[in-house]
Design a protein around this ligand. Structure first.
Ligand SMILES: [Zn+2]
Length: 373
């Protein structure tokens, strides 16, 4: 076992060396040296708790080795921070940042990106929403669930709206970074175990789940290729170029609009991303962010925990720029024994760490494992 570990580490070092040679601007190797292993947690915070309660929660997390909290402060409708543009609830971000500062935990603002569930926008900007292959916009015909009201990543006004969102968040003092979630299209194919839940079989890409066929997207694609994907292609689902166009639509939004705006304020930019990125048009290997948190929720894909390690290694090696990749772990699908085994595996492949989904899914036994591993 020791020999095998040594061999894997040597391999990882060789890879890291190669990566450092080709991407000299990044301080990171593809894999970790072991000293910078970090533990993160996603937090869906409740409102109405006192600052003292948050501080004691953060103290508890710190004592179990948590390095950073990804706190959901915008889930496509109400901002839990001061905002000029959005409907505002409690200013929870301020409280969480203070708790982080007092306890030595990094706080990152976790925000939903493409969905927009504030009725104001459906009423006043219906043109912002993504349109499926049947011509139905996401605000009137959301796929799968009512909150799948995704906007189009190519509409200039949507880009401006999102730019303002990240700019407001990034301007918070003592905030470590902005964590982008739902930075993608709706799933054109759902994860295996979710399909029966919605009573559907997705053996190929079907137009009702395939986005975006709005005027702006079609025009931009036509400029590039001479073809209108809706009217001049027999089966757009089979077109490699059209698929790549959707990947590039999200990539350019991230690289040209969101990341620069967040970095301008001196903050890091990270994202929660899919392992099966093709199904949500999310080619994150190309984004050049500061870190990634792939949601390696094995049970969604009918896989065992070994799949988590395989995916983590494969996805890390695919990055154009080496930065830390943290394994997103679904707590409800991991017994304490499985969690222990999974973290050992993550350490064995010299990954940078893991992130727990989520704070409210943790039980006492999970916390004991986290403290020890
Ligand atoms: Zn569009």
């Amino acid at each position: 076992m020791t020999d095998r570990r040594g061999f894997i580490r040597q391999g990882a070092l060789a890879l890291a060396g190669l990566a450092a040679f080709s991407v000299s601007c990044s301080p990171f190797g593809l894999f970790s040296s072991g000293n910078d292993f970090k533990k993160w947690i996603w937090l869906n915070p409740e409102t109405g708790l006192s600052a003292g309660k948050w501080k004691s929660r953060f103290e508890m997390m710190k004592s179990h080795g948590i390095h950073g909290v990804l706190a959901q402060v915008y889930a496509a409708r109400v901002a839990l921070y001061e905002s000029r543009n959005l409907q505002v609830g409690e200013n929870l971000l301020e409280t969480l940042i203070a708790a982080g500062r007092e306890t030595g935990i990094e706080v990152h603002a976790w925000m939903w990106t493409m969905p927009n569930n504030n009725p104001f926008y459906a009423e006043n900007h219906p043109g912002w929403f993504a349109v499926n292959g049947l011509g139905q916009p996401a605000h009137t015909h959301p796929a799968y669930v009512p909150y799948y009201k995704f906007m189009c990543p190519n509409q200039p006004e949507v880009r401006e709206f999102l730019k303002q969102n990240v700019s407001e968040l990034a301007s918070y003092g003592n905030l470590a970074g902005v964590h982008l979630d739902y930075i993608r299209f709706p799933d054109v194919i759902l994860a295996e175990t979710l399909q029966p839940k919605y009573g559907i079989v997705q053996d190929r890409e079907y137009p009702e789940y395939d986005y975006c066929y709005c005027e702006v997207c079609r025009e931009q694609f036509k400029l590039k290729t001479g073809l209108d994907p809706l009217k001049e292609m027999d089966d757009p689902a089979l077109s490699t170029e059209w698929r790549q166009f959707r990947y590039d639509s999200v990539t350019s939004l991230v690289k040209e609009v969101l990341a620069p705006e967040i970095r301008k304020a001196g903050k890091t930019v990270t994202a929660a991303v899919f392992p099966n990125w093709e199904n949500v048009r999310q080619q994150w290997s190309q984004w050049e962010l500061d870190a990634y948190f792939p949601m390696l929720y094995h049970s969604f894909y009918n896989k065992g925990t070994g799949w988590i390690g395989e995916q983590l290694e494969t996805l890390t090696k695919a990055l154009v720029k080496p930065v830390p990749v943290y394994a997103g772990l679904l707590m409800q699908a991991l017994s304490p024994a499985q969690l222990t085994e999974t973290i050992r595996m993550i350490r064995e492949i010299n990954a940078y760490g893991y992130s727990l989904f989520a704070f409210h899914g943790m039980n006492e036994a999970h916390w004991v494992v986290i403290e020890q591993h």
